[in-house]
Write a protein that binds this ligand. Sequence first.
Ligand code: GLA
Length: 385
Amino acid sequence: MTDVADRARAGFDREFGGSPAGRWAAPGRVNLIGEHTDYNDGFVLPFALPLRTVAAAGPQDGARWTVWSELSGETIEFGADEVAEPARVTGWGAYVAGVVWALREAGHDVPGARLAIASDVPLGAGLSSSAALEAAVMTALVDLGGLDLPAERQPRLAQRAENHYVGAPTGIMDQSAAIRCRDGHALFLDCRSEEVEHIPFDLHGAGLAMLVVDSRAPHRHADGEYAARRRSCEAAAAQLGVRALRDVGVDQLDAALARLDDPETRRRARHVVTEDQRVLDTVALLRTGRVREIGPLLTASHVSMRDDFEITVPEIDTAVEAALEAGALGARMTGGGFGGCVLALVEADAAETVASAVAAAYADKGFQAPAHVTVLPAPGATRLD
Ligand code: GLA
């Protein structure tokens, strides 16, 4: 397949004629650690993937947007009416229309545009293809229109597009990763203040590799379960009288849990509070270059997601166990759960052995064969030309 940026340009030329005014790329992400902490005002540590979505864009008169996507092969068109209120555009176009809606809602004079979208971020693998699409479109429109919207304010608007226009109650992690990540670094984000610190994450220098295994697990009611987890966390915070679970420290955890009478709510809260601490511990190790030592934190995060937050599935647990047995230093599911990908931190020369062990464990259980790739932290959204 040709390069994704070339495909976006070729799509623009074929659909609209001529050259785009520019091309903007935004990446998919994996989350190193800090799962389901973002909507609890907590901490996350994602990094951008080298897989990107590219928007080739050019101006169009009036408040009209025409968008071609290579994934569906369709061209959709919408105007001011469709972005006046949420959910008027559906399907993949909702992510694009949602960005226009959120920008306009925030008072920006969004330029009419033609956009051609191509992507290497697989859909449905938990790598945030939706945030990559939102970020590519947002950065394109901000630049085309010369809008006064610095990068640090863009994730909140992209999240609003997803929450209110598309209707998915996600946190701010994925959009922040797509927009704010830096090459070679993980993004340490405080989801309350939206302050970030770029944490060097030099896998190569440490002789390590990050294996990403796509579990290929079919999504099982992921949307409903996500919303249910969010409600449990909000209920726990309300019962504890705090603004969000972020406000409970690990040193206060036992006392807090004793005040929650529902055992399920207790487990959910314990995951979030301990997970925030694991992010802080991971950051502390990475700040001093102790990359190898983060493995046990990754594995502890997985155990917490499996037993307390209950968002893993058999394929995912099998991949984690097989990776650890084959010598991974740490392994965990990444993303919202109920499928998606597993991360395994491995010695650089052991990546293929670990991947084969996961594939063998899958074959034993009769699961659909997993896919895998090794990745290094890549840059966030950028203008290509
Ligand atoms: C999905 C959501 C994020 C975050 C993760 C879980 O990726 O989009 O906001 O909540 O799940 O950490």
